[in-house]
Design a binder for this molecule. Structure first.
Ligand code: FES
Length: 570
């Protein structure tokens, strides 16, 4: 008699040998080499994507989290199966992790699609890992739940709190100024990343985790409980339970990200004073669903969304303080009138139900301000438009010096990173604190792959004369943990012939945050002439492998830097 093949558990997505019963028999016999019983093999499978790696210090606690996840999955009638995908440890990748986000998303998409999974937990955290996994899981169209790594806790150096990675930049700047010795900077190096988990400030990793929570992709508190707390393991076990219920179809309403979720994510990003990188990742996530993130609309949301969280790099507290102050529960309570409340989470609960059920939870208003007394009146990020950035550029105004917001200055131009590194501290560099530093050719279609080099160092001679900030503009990115009056993501980038490439040394540039403008002061004729004489495109000519795919397909910053063929197609 023919065996009935289920479309669940190990019999799901069978390898095709032309005889489905043989496929099931063969797969099960190999699975039994791992000691599985028939009872286990007949259960629905919850996959656990394990992104731990010897090159990812932020994920070094994942074995413990996976144990807790498995407990939750097992206790709810499913079989947990963990499997690896590419891991992206932010500081271990050359030229930049950004170049590999889409590769990771393709790995995630195809492994979710190909393997016998009924639902999957996306366990990640370090900057690009969550967006890459969410993008991949959306495209794979299988139910998924996010479990963020959780932030690091802080340590101390000479009685000052120390947390990766905003403080690393402050100390490095002191070292460059000659204020602290080589010995002291080595001591800071020893203590900076003091535990497992992601950077301890509102950098890209924490921003993406918080955004995942507001979009309903993970359980309440998943974003901000520190990585090393027992509560994180408790959340992992609960996540396992929920994902098992989803796999067993006990939760009927499967979470699907929609326009309202993207809107809520933008509100959350702005109120957190979150990372500039998050706007690229959110645009890419939305692009997988056919939803457009319009940067002009983004400015409208920014104008009515206050920054409520006093966290580094914008403010003074750390992620563990955010958690103890009430975390996302408290923030969402404050943001309630600004959010679309009809959306639901992985448990099928509406956002309004989640907020109402947490309405009496503790809330420390020193860290998470009320809307009446915000940390900043307007959102943390804005986009700028102008003749050098017709498709947009991004400024993190909450981490910038307001005195520089309405300013015209002279351009000091570096054509690429190499010339910048060579000249920036050169005594012969003619520069004043009122000039605008311009770095070209670090966009997505360069050999650098849009690195976090937009945080241009202030020239040593200005540092020594007490200059702490100046306007810096590039087509690259900066770390979510960085600060300063830094304009990023200029689009289209210079290497594809965008008008940013026509700026010359000594040109006048005008920034107006009030008008959301960034313009080269030049006559229309001169602009036309320079564009007509446009220098040829500088896209690397790669003939093989992933990099060929990358340069052929990567989109501009305002399109999320996704690959054109990975975006949603009808
Ligand atoms: Fe991993 Fe900052 S380096 S989150």
């Amino acid at each position: 008699m023919k065996k009935k093949i289920k479309k669940s558990g190990f019999d799901n997505n069978l390898t095709n040998y032309g005889d489905i019963e043989f496929s099931s028999y063969l797969r099960r016999s190999f699975a039994k080499s791992m000691g599985y019983t028939d009872e286990s093999l007949n259960k629905p499978i919850v996959g656990i994507i394990n992104t731990s790696s010897g090159f990812n210090s932020c994920h070094r606690h994942f074995p413990e989290m996976i144990d807790a996840l498995k407990r939750g999955i097992n206790s709810n009638g499913c079989l947990p199966v963990e499997f690896p995908v590419i891991s992206l440890g932010e500081v271990y990748l050359h030229p930049t992790s950004m170049m590999f986000r889409n590769l990771m998303s393709m790995d995630v998409e195809e492994m979710i699609r190909a393997q016998p999974l009924d639902a999957v937990v996306l366990l990640g955290g370090c900057d690009k890992t969550l967006p890459a996994m969410i993008m991949g899981a959306i495209s794979a169209q299988k139910p998924f739940v996010v479990l963020p790594a959780g932030p690091m806790i802080t340590s101390k150096f000479e009685n000052n709190r120390l947390g990766a990675c905003t403080d690393c930049r402050r100390y490095w700047s002191n070292y460059r100024e000659g204020k602290i010795s080589r010995h002291k900077i080595s001591e800071v190096e020893n203590k900076l990343a003091s535990s497992a988990g992601t950077c301890s400030v509102m950098g890209t990793a924490s921003t993406m985790a918080c955004i995942s929570e507001v979009m309903g992709l993970c359980l309440t508190d998943s974003s901000c409980v520190p990585a090393v707390y027992s509560e994180r393991l408790n959340i992992a076990e609960k996540t396992g339970i929920i994902c098992a219920k989803i796999a067993r179809k006990k939760i009927k309403k499967i979470k699907k990200i929609n326009k309202q979720d993207i809107y809520n994510a933008l509100v959350c990003l702005l109120s957190l004073g979150g990372s500039t990188n998050a706007i690229i990742h959110l645009t890419a996530i939305a692009g997988r669903l056919g939803i457009k993130v319009d940067l002009r609309e983004f400015n409208k949301i920014s104008n009515k969304t206050p920054v409520l969280v006093d966290l580094k790099p914008t403010g003074k507290f750390y992620m563990e303080d955010f958690y103890h102050a009430g975390g996302m529960k408290a923030l969402l309570k404050e943001l309630k009138p600004l959010l679309k409340l009809g959306t639901s989470n992985i448990e099928g609960k509406s956002l309004s139900t989640i907020i109402n059920s947490n309405s009496k939870s503790f809330h420390d208003q020193n860290v998470i301000r009320s809307r009446k007394k915000p940390f900043e009146k307007h959102g943390g990020l804005i986009s700028l438009f102008g003749n050098i950035c017709p498709s947009g550029a991004i400024l993190k105004r909450s981490a910038a010096d307001k005195k520089l917001f309405e300013k015209t200055g002279k351009a000091v131009v570096f054509e690429d990173i190499k010339s910048m590194s060579k000249l920036i501290d050169n005594k012969s560099l003619k520069i004043s604190k009122n000039d605008f530093l311009i770095l070209k050719n670090i966009g997505p279609k360069t050999v650098y792959g849009m690195p976090e080099a937009g945080y241009l160092p202030i020239p040593k001679k200005l540092l020594k004369s007490g200059v702490k900030d100046m306007i810096r503009i590039s087509d690259g990115r900066m770390s979510g943990t960085a600060f300063g009056t830094i304009i990023l993501h200029v689009s289209p980038e210079s290497s594809v012939g965008g008008p940013f490439s026509i700026i010359k040394n000594g040109d006048k540039i005008k920034l107006s945050v009030k008008n959301k403008r960034l313009d080269l002061i030049i006559s229309k004729n001169e602009l036309k002439n320079r564009l007509n004489k446009q220098i040829s495109k500088k896209i690397p000519n790669i003939k093989r492998g992933y990099l060929k795919l990358y340069y052929d397909s990567v989109l501009q910053a305002h399109e999320g830097c996704d690959f054109d063929f990975l975006q949603y197609k009808k």
